[in-house]
Design a protein around this ligand. Structure first.
Ligand SMILES: [Zn+2]
Length: 347
């Protein structure tokens, strides 16, 4: 066995290579048994010591012991390697860094709130004041002062939610026009946003509770052209520069002349006969407008020969439908968070 060191080295190298390739503890243990176990290769070599001439035996014994120690080191290193790897795998399973993080649920302004704010901001830029008032109003402010006497048929669609004989949930924010004019001499320039209530059956275009934004300008020399200019500017500010406005003759007791105001359908711009938003007309109705009726000016103590004014009332939900191209007004109130988040992302 003169070649003992060489064969030990060969065995050790083979062992080291196999151990480095082992992918689990079981393989390592099999290697240990195959090389260092009772019937293992190194054990067989050790048994051969007895056949060596006595002077060579101590040297051979030491060489074998060194080889065994080195191989045990290799085993320990590879056990550590496998343990570290499985710990890493366990960690990777628990913490998947590619998994989307849990974001805190952040709220955003409701689309109707946002369009009211934007409309108010437009009028504030033009010197108008924002006025807010009670949702419960006496019939005087809701009707009589607005040139709608008790027997007037125009009350029909308005007088819905009576709390007492003379007190009801307001069907429009017009009471704030009266209250402001009663408190201030002209000129008066206000916008009045807020909740309103009517007995409309709920459908894709109507809610029994909705928001209005009304505007009022009274001063010397105010005419219909001022109204058209302001509403044209409002629609362009809210919906885009190419937006158009259309006035159709109409009737309201509190304005004369009166008009219905439409704006370009933002979805089809009048080019889709089957458009779900405008029904193919190319126009979306926003609400009513007109020159303040002389009887209303007289009622608040103004002289209709000295001052004139215009007023308008738009449904805020209608404005939001138009801006966000939503085809059903009920979507704004049915509490669908996904829907609101989508619109929030458009802000
Ligand atoms: Zn359309």
């Amino acid at each position: 066995m003169n070649d003992l060191p060489a064969s030990l080295e060969t065995v050790r190298a083979r062992f080291a290579e196999a151990a480095a390739a082992a992918s689990n503890e079981e393989t390592l243990e099999e290697l240990r048994v195959a090389y260092l176990g009772r019937s293992g290769e190194v054990t067989a070599i050790r048994r051969g010591i007895g056949r060596l001439p006595p002077p060579q035996r101590p040297g051979a014994g030491k060489a074998i012991n060194d080889a065994v120690a080195a191989m045990e080191d290799v085993l320990a290193q590879n056990r550590d390697r496998l343990a570290a790897r499985s710990a890493q795998e366990a960690l990777a399973q628990r913490i998947d860094v590619t998994f989307p993080a849990t974001r805190p649920a952040l709220g955003s302004l409701h689309p109707v709130r946002r369009i009211i704010d934007d409309a108010c901001a437009y009028f504030e830029r033009h010197g108008f004041a924002i006025v807010l008032g009670p949702e419960l109003e006496p019939d005087y402010y809701n009707f009589d002062a607005l040139n709608i006497p008790a027997e007037h048929p125009a009350r029909e669609g308005f007088d819905s939610f009576w709390i007492r004989d003379d007190l009801l949930l307001r069907p429009h924010t017009s009471p704030m026009q009266i209250r402001t004019m009663q408190r201030h001499h002209p000129p008066v320039a206000i916008v009045a946003p807020g909740k309103c209530y009517r007995r409309d059956a709920v459908d894709a275009r109507h809610l029994f509770q909705f928001h209005q934004i009304e505007g009022l300008l009274v001063a010397e020399g105010v005419h219909f052209g001022h109204l058209k200019g302001m509403l044209d500017g409002l629609c362009r500010a809210l919906f885009g520069e190419s937006q158009r406005v259309r006035f159709r003759p109409s009737f309201f007791p509190f304005t004369e002349p009166s008009a219905e105001v439409d704006t370009t359908c933002p979805k089809c711009r009048g080019e889709a006969p089957a458009c779900s938003m405008c029904g193919g007309s190319g126009w979306i109705e926003l609400g009513g407008a007109g020159m303040v009726h002389p009887n209303v000016l007289r009622e608040v103590g103004y002289d209709p020969n000295a001052v004139s004014g215009w007023a308008f009332g738009f449904g805020a939900e209608r404005l939001a439908l138009t801006r966000y191209e939503v085809d059903d007004i009920r979507r704004f109130v049915d509490g669908d968070v996904d829907f609101l988040e989508q619109l929030g992302a458009l802000a």
